[in-house]
Write a protein that binds this ligand. Sequence first.
Ligand SMILES: Cc1cc2nc3c(=O)[nH]c(=O)nc-3n(C[C@H](O)[C@H](O)[C@H](O)COP(=O)(O)O)c2cc1C
Length: 359
Amino acid sequence: MSSVYGENLKLSIFGRSHGPAIGMTLDGIPAGLPVDTETLRIFLDRRAPGNTPWSTARKEADMPEFLDGLLDGHTCGSPIAAIIRNSNVRSSDYDAIKDRPRPGHADYTAHIKHGGFQDASGGGHFSGRLTAALCIAGGLCLQWLDEMGISVRAHILQIGPVKDQGFDPCASSISPVDVSFPTIDPDCGKAMQELIASIKEYGDSIGGTIECIVSGLPAGVGEPIFGGIENRLAQILFGIPGVKGVDFGDDILLGSQYNDAFIYTDGVVKTSTNHCGGILGGISNGMNILFRVRVKPTPSISAEQQTVSLSARETAKITVGGRHDPCIVPRAVPVVEAAAAIAIYDMILGNTQTKRRKG
Ligand SMILES: Cc1cc2nc3c(=O)[nH]c(=O)nc-3n(C[C@H](O)[C@H](O)[C@H](O)COP(=O)(O)O)c2cc1C
């Protein structure tokens, strides 16, 4: 079941870019948790496409309609079900790709896997649009984590040669991220936007790296071997279309420099550095969880590319039409936050940490 995630909660994502709606069901959530739909709408707006130099011109309000699971502003114990209707579809933009798969997109592999029965319009079920459904679930989990004093925040670390400053891995309060463009340093954000705009001029696209931090997570969350925080985060993060790499902790050669020394801070065990990204043996150590996500360049570019004609069985040229982000990294930032929040909340729900202490 490829579109289902979770050990303790069960998240299912459904829909196609140009179908009637996309949506999600979220099961296993306790009753009585508050839900602020206005906070959720503001979060979903950060992912929605608009008229910016880095985002597709497809305009979609991304307003979720809750079909079940909420009553009087709280979860009511039944599975949460929500949809977002697709209103701004132009399937004619995609007629050509049914025969000529876009290089870098999932058109060819979907065609082979589903024998030609797949919906090619807008990438069908493989579309980045499906991440709006992920963001409904993630936006809810972010609110429930916030109640526990746990925050999740991401920013663009790098696009091309332009690099933002990183989060402080040991800080108790997370650096603010610019609201108009998700970098810590607004000047760096401007340079990134200029770079993306210039790449777009050439009919090309560019990828980048997102950094994400989870603060406030107590020590002891996560399971060993296959149930580790790295495992569970990687599984959901690689479900975001375009994600090609996830890595945790610092790239340091020597153990003497890598190992984080334990210290007591106000009677609590902490570490003086955080090179391991807050995870030891798959389990949180009480420091911030820190990881990076590598996002590839948008596959759909307007420059002419080589492909094949599946009907003629020969090589062919393709010029991709439609509305595409020259860089999906800015819009993927809230998606990474959503994915991380779902994984962390899922692990908290099933945390098997013993409450007994020996000796
Ligand atoms: C928020 C978001 C928006 C995206 N928008 C586009 C887009 O406009 N055009 C495009 O070709 N790919 C877009 N993608 C990426 C493709 O969906 C993705 O590359 C494709 O499904 C193939 O999957 P893979 O790159 O993981 O192999 C987007 C991804 C995300 C996360």
